[in-house]
Design a protein around this ligand. Structure first.
Ligand SMILES: Cc1cc2nc3c(=O)[nH]c(=O)nc-3n(C[C@H](O)[C@H](O)[C@H](O)COP(=O)(O)O)c2cc1C
Length: 185
């Protein structure tokens, strides 16, 4: 079993990437492989004319990484009350062809952090909506880390025990979806 992590931030010291890696530790503790997708920056802007035949290399890597994963965990920042463009662009590529896209029926969950008060709640809500449109099975998890520069330690672990529990719960719910899928198969 394997979970793919995708961070919506390209920033080297991203709070979201750190939070994602902290979530990944919890995934690994449960005996499930965890890998972060590292090539978001290489994905070109979506162009339907380029989405014919062989896809650009980074897009092929993204589609394959999602296809090879049993579930995907997203951690997203919020840019201007919405999803960062690079992340939306990646999901747009991953969503085609619509009927057979690798996100279809894939258990996914969204968490997020921002340096503002609200912890990227709007971006998370929009990402859940977009993922739903791709046909992914969006897990009902909730973790919005506001004031991330104070509320996450340098390795991305929430300092607030309630948020530590929320992170643990988010991972448990996503992994619970995997068991569902296994049992249904
Ligand atoms: C272009 C831009 C727009 C932003 N808009 C918001 C916003 O709407 N709401 C918010 O809470 N933070 C906003 N922020 C602040 C981000 O939450 C903050 O930069 C955060 O650390 C980004 O996530 P990262 O650390 O994972 O890169 C914005 C930052 C940038 C660069």
């Amino acid at each position: 079993m394997r979970v793919l992590g995708i961070s919506g931030s390209l920033r080297r010291d991203s709070h979201n990437t750190a939070l994602l890696r902290a979530a990944g530790e919890l995934v690994s503790e449960r005996g499930v492989e965890f890998e972060v997708f590292e090539s978001l920056k290489s994905i070109p802007p979506y162009d339907e004319d380029d989405d014919i035949g062989e896809s650009p290399a980074a897009v092929a890597r993204l589609r394959q990484a999602i296809a090879d994963a049993d579930a995907v965990l997203f951690a997203t920042p919020e840019y201007n009350s919405s999803i960062p463009g690079v992340l939306k662009n990646a999901v747009d590529w991953a969503s085609r062809p619509l009927a057979t896209n690798p996100l279809r029926n894939k258990p996914v969950a969204v968490i997020g952090a921002s340096t503002g008060m609200f912890g990227a709640v709007w971006a998370q809500a929009e990402l859940r909506k977009v993922l739903g449109a791709t046909g992914a099975r969006v897990a009902e998890v909730e973790l919005a880390v506001g004031h991330a520069h104070e509320q996450l330690d340098p390795s991305g672990h929430p300092v607030d025990p309630a948020q530590q529990d929320a992170l643990r719960d988010s991972v448990a719910v996503l992994l619970g979806e995997l068991t569902h899928v296994e049992m249904a198969a």
